[in-house]
Design a protein around this ligand. Structure first.
Ligand code: MN
Length: 742
């Protein structure tokens, strides 16, 4: 008894006939019979199951077999395995049954497919790692992976009939695991389709919006491309080349992805023009010669951009991609990318290595396929050159509340959403977190506050001199990081207090003074602190030196402790205009900019218009509330204040700053070379007391321009850094930049 109706059976038969008609590689009678046998077996095994859509289940294996044959160009073994791929997982039949009926080869593939399926039942963080492991070990037969991709492609094409939560999970996996895998294997057409379908289910609104925009702009684009292509077409016709020329339209996913990663508008992505010329090889020339002939034809018409020439003919990409890419300028001064390929190269580009067999003479034997499979295995197993990139492309984001990021060695760490690079550092080890100064995310330098995204590969840069900073608490989100930072900061403060206390007690003893409350009443105002702990802490961290202790103890405690001094120009102004202003300060001494660890108690502020750092020539401006704003002497704002409110200007002087860091910016430029960024950052990280806040790097025509925001203690440190950086070979200019605040 079967649940299938006569009509169902008819449809099934039709579907299978379609498959039989579309197996270009299956020519032998025995092969055809084997496929029929596999179909009958699967049909029998699945006869009691329907898909969620209401179709007979066997529709799915047949569809997968068709993808395997028609879209990937695989042969008998793969087609049979595709037909049988869900039998062991979903029915009573075992691997033994498959082996007995179809032999060892097919059984191994089915076994591998069943194992991969199980991976997706596990929890998210394990998936990527296990998936990779399975890919690497299963590579006994890479057909497993190809059939799995075909399986996934068909599931994506029919995803609409799934419940919404399953749709999200399946499309998430597709984006982060299967599409990159298809890309890696050079199956561009399948990769693009997988990406577009995933986007459609994950962000239907975004998908529809982009689709609509594309439609509204298409006409103009076609006109633009035709106008550009016309002179090329004329030349090609004249040279008797058979070709196809098309305006390459980007997939919806790739537009969206560019908008996301480059943070640009739809127009900026979409308006970049690109065309593809696919020519039929002429017998008299090699394909390579013809590619270059066409290139030369085009550059006779349009001016090329020399640094954008990509020759993947002399040296094809690892996944087999061959083509010549050039960028030329159209009549409106817009860059247009031109891809030149032969029909053979095009087929390989769209369908991967599978397309190869067609072009290797008359051999259509399975041995040809084996060679290709061997090649894919090599790619997958290659751990030296491109393995990192392989993992880079593996992205995992199955649950929105959790992201998965990779260590440089490809291990996965699950982090909560919004976690920063510093959270990641603490996730690895508290030692790594404590000494972190920056991170390389996907090989690009980023600050510790960088918000991680799923799939990011993160390497933490650390320095022995680094220690946890209070500001870090503003951007870490994991409990682990938070408690580690608080713990160290607290420990450090109490250490300093302890140290300061013992230093003071020793000094007082030398003076034969007992540390009574009367003594502290003298000491606290004299050293400009609010309480004992602050005094101890500042002594402990050498902000306060006790050289003048004897004097202080002798002094009358009624002395005013804040001392200001009006410089010459201020004084004159004050006398002229506002001589009546009541000031109860002693103006004999300059305002001393001390390092304050407690921000509530700071008697001055660093002006945000010019951001001076310790060591800069500065002046102070005292406002109505007695707060002193520290400006650079040459700051335009300060100059304005000097002329208007001269009496409020005070001279100012830095004390040694050792704990607090100040924001400074440097710019640098030079010749771009490999490892330049690395050299710069390692140079910075070598230097004590300097932390990178942001790092921007721009390369254009072999010249780089960079801007680095840093936290430094003083000008001396900054100048040393600038000197060191300017010694790096290839660096042309390094200089400090003004920071203009808003
Ligand atoms: Mn399936």
């Amino acid at each position: 008894m079967s649940i299938l109706s006569e009509h169902d059976k008819l449809l099934i038969h039709e579907q299978f006939m379609e498959l039989q008609l579309n197996c270009p590689r299956v020519t032998k009678k025995a092969d055809k019979e084997l496929i029929k046998k596999a179909f009958d077996f699967a049909n029998e095994a699945h006869k009691d199951i329907k898909r969620r859509s209401g179709e007979p289940y066997i529709f799915h294996p047949i569809a997968v077999a068709r993808i395997v044959s028609e879209e990937m160009g695989l042969g008998t073994v793969s087609i049979c395995a595709a037909l049988l791929h869900d039998v062991v997982e979903d029915t009573e039949y075992t691997i033994e049954d498959i082996k007995n009926n179809f032999g060892e080869n097919i059984a191994i593939i089915i076994d591998g497919l069943t194992k991969i399926s199980n991976v997706f039942e596990q929890d998210a963080s394990m998936q990527a790692e296990n998936f990779r492991r399975i890919l690497l070990t299963i590579a006994d037969d890479v057909r497993v992976i190809l059939i799995k991709l075909a399986d996934r492609l068909h599931n994506m094409r029919t995803l609409a009939s799934m419940p919404p939560n399953k749709r999200m999970k399946i499309s998430g996996e597709t984006t982060y695991l299967f599409a990159p895998l298809a890309h890696r294997l050079g199956l561009y057409a399948i990769k693009s389709e997988l990406e577009d379908l995933s986007l459609k289910y994950r962000y239907p609104k975004v998908y529809n919006e982009i689709e609509k925009k594309i439609q509204s702009k298409e006409k103009r684009r076609i006109t633009e491309i035709s106008r550009f292509s016309l002179p090329i077409i004329n030349e090609l016709d004249e040279a008797d080349v058979k070709y196809e020329i098309n305006g390459r339209s980007k997939s919806i996913y790739s537009i969206w992805n560019k908008m996301q990663t480059k943070n640009v508008s739809f127009e900026e992505v979409y308006d970049l023009l690109a065309i593809r010329i696919i020519f039929e090889p002429q017998k008299a020339y090699t394909e390579k010669t013809q590619c270059w002939n066409i290139y030369s034809m085009i550059t006779d018409i349009y001016v090329p951009k020399p640094d954008r020439l990509r020759d993947w003919i002399s040296k094809p990409k690892a996944n087999g991609y061959e083509a010549l890419h050039a960028t030329v300028m159209n009549r409106n001064g817009k860059w247009v990318e031109v891809q030149i390929r032969s029909t053979r190269m095009d087929e390989i580009a769209e369908r991967g290595f599978a397309a190869h067999w067609k072009y290797k003479g008359n051999h259509t034997a399975e041995s040809e396929l084996d060679l290709w499979i061997k090649k894919i295995r090599e790619i997958l197993e290659d751990s030296s050159s491109d393995a990192m990139q392989f993992m880079d492309e593996f992205k995992l984001n199955l649950f929105a509340s959790e992201i998965n990021v990779f260590t440089p060695k490809g291990h996965i760490k699950s982090m909560p959403k919004n976690a920063t690079a510093l959270d990641f550092a603490y996730e690895i080890h508290s030692e790594v977190g404590d000494h972190a100064i920056g991170a390389k995310v996907n090989h690009k330098l980023e600050p510790l506050s960088y918000k991680l995204r799923s799939g990011d590969q993160v390497e933490i840069i650390s320095s022995e001199q680094q220690k946890p900073q209070k500001e870090w608490l503003e951007f870490v989100i994991t409990a682990k990081a938070r408690s580690a930072i608080t713990k160290t900061i607290k420990a450090e403060i109490s250490n300093r207090i302890e140290l300061g206390k013992s230093i003071l007690e020793k000094e007082l003893k030398k003076q034969n003074v007992h540390p009574s409350s009367r003594v502290f009443k003298k000491l606290l105002p004299a050293y400009d602190v609010l309480n004992k702990d602050e005094l101890y802490s500042k002594i402990g961290s050498e902000i306060i030196s006790l050289d003048n202790l004897k004097k202080v103890l002798k002094k009358n405690s009624k002395n005013k402790w804040i001392q200001y001094w009006i410089p010459q120009f201020g004084k004159q102004k004050a006398q002229e205009k506002e001589s009546s202003t009541k000031e109860d300060f002693d103006f004999k001494k300059p305002f001393v900019i001390r390092e304050e660890s407690d921000s509530k108690n700071i008697s001055y502020r660093i002006a945000e218009c010019c951001n001076p750092i310790p060591g800069d020539d500065v002046i102070g401006y005292r406002d109505e509330n007695g707060r002193v704003f520290i400006h650079k002497s040459k700051c335009p704002e300060a100059i304005k204040l000097m002329s208007n409110k001269g009496n409020r200007i005070v001279s100012a002087k830095w004390t040694k700053h050792k704990i607090l860091s100040y924001l400074a910016k440097i710019s640098l430029s030079g010749i771009d070379k490999i490892a330049m960024i690395n050299e710069i950052t390692s140079n910075i990280s070598k230097q004590l007391n300097i932390n990178i806040r942001t790092f921007n790097f721009d390369v254009h025509d072999g010249i780089f321009n960079g801007e680095i925001s840093l936290y430094v203690h003083n000008t001396a440190d900054l100048n040393t850094l600038i000197l060191n950086l300017s010694k790096i070979k290839g660096i042309d200019k390094v200089k400090r930049e003004e920071i203009s605040g808003s």
